[in-house]
Design a protein around this ligand. Structure first.
Ligand SMILES: [Zn+2]
Length: 346
């Protein structure tokens, strides 16, 4: 029996809790990075690979991991702030067994650029989308209410539209099939209301609505979600639980009601595939499947390297047996745009 990266991550998180200062930071960083390592450490070591080649693994962390692998401790149950998270290596294993999930996917529906808090331009993210063989990527920078993430106001959104149009022209001239979709991660208030002028939002191809405030509320938030879904300007509810690995457990709701409302409105629930979020996760995806709701997968990438986390979202929907016809990312761009237009005009 060997330890998985998820179990090693948990052991490292517990190690961090037993130290202070530099050691605590190193263990916490490695616990987080373990979710993003490309291979299972056990396999790496079996193949005579070096643990130190992995992100955030210095000499001390390497010694810990090598000792755990040599004599595996009983894997601890994950702490409340880390329960339900899977690793990127796990996702790759799932997709190795079911490669069609990756082969058939057409695009990534959440990512950020320098127009808000991302680190690359629209053009650079588009190149990464071409490299991944996508048919479309959706640029979902933050809206103006989220100042901390450099949210865009209407004038910046209009400038971004010009940039995206130019990138699309350049892609077409180069013979690429990739199309960059105009989107937005619109900040929703607790009553489900948006923070942008409706005229500006209605010109977009597709809109995600997300909550970013009062996320630690312990009370049931069902009404907040229903109100958000009923906002006529959004088509996708972004990272619904708003949980964050090792920081926030996420909000509570009657998810069955939330998913059924989304299904009856024909709106989509997001699987934010970023390793820090994994929101919604496999457990809730089971409930989502029963409701028949549409699913949208987005990596929430803030650079091109993070676009690989699509695998985490794909493995989650594969494990939850979501029918592909319910997943936006398997729709051709034309069908996707028809769907969002019908909701906008609905
Ligand atoms: Zn967000």
């Amino acid at each position: 029996v060997t330890l998985t990266n998820g179990e090693i991550s948990e052991l490292l998180a517990l190690t961090a809790g037993g130290h202070e200062g530099n050691k605590q930071r190193a263990a916490r960083r490695a616990a987080h990075s373990a979710l993003t390592w490309p291979v299972e450490v056990g396999e790496l070591v079996d193949g005579h690979g070096d643990v130190r080649s992995l992100r955030s693994v210095g000499p001390w962390i390497a010694t810990l991991i090598e000792a755990w692998l040599a004599d595996p401790p009983e894997p601890p149950p994950p702490g409340e702030l880390r329960a339900g998270f899977r690793s990127y290596a796990w996702a790759r294993d799932v997709l190795r067994q079911e490669p069609s999930w990756r082969e058939a996917v057409r695009g990534d529906l959440q990512m950020h650029t320098t127009f808000s808090d991302g680190s690359l331009s629209v053009a650079a993210m588009a190149r990464a989308g071409v490299d991944r063989g996508y048919e479309y990527i959706s640029i979902t920078d933050h809206s103006k209410g989220l100042a901390i993430a450099g949210g865009m106001d209407e004038s910046v959104l209009a400038r971004q539209a010009e940039d995206i149009a130019n990138v699309n022209l350049a892609l077409e001239a180069a013979g690429s099939d990739l199309r960059v979709l105009r989107s937005l991660e619109m900040n929703l208030g607790t009553a489900g209301e948006g923070d942008m002028e409706r005229d500006a939002v209605r010109r977009l191809d597709v809109v995600i609505g997300s909550f970013h405030s009062q996320l630690r509320s312990k009370d049931d938030q069902t009404e907040r979600y229903l109100a958000g879904l009923r906002n006529p300007d959004i088509q996708i509810l972004g990272h619904p639980r708003c949980r964050m690995w090792n920081r926030r457990t996420g909000m509570k709701a009657d998810w069955k009601r939330v998913f059924e409302e989304a299904a009856s409105l024909d709106k989509a629930i997001e699987v934010d595939a970023h390793p820090n979020r994994q929101d919604i996760d496999i457990d809730l995806l089971g409930l989502a499947r029963e409701s028949g709701v549409r699913i949208s997968i987005g990596t929430d990438a803030h650079n091109s390297e993070e676009m690989r986390f699509m695998d985490i979202g794909l493995a989650a929907v594969a494990e939850a047996h979501i029918p592909r016809e319910r997943i936006l990312n398997y729709m051709p761009a034309g069908k996707l745009l028809e769907w969002s237009a019908s909701l906008r005009e609905g």
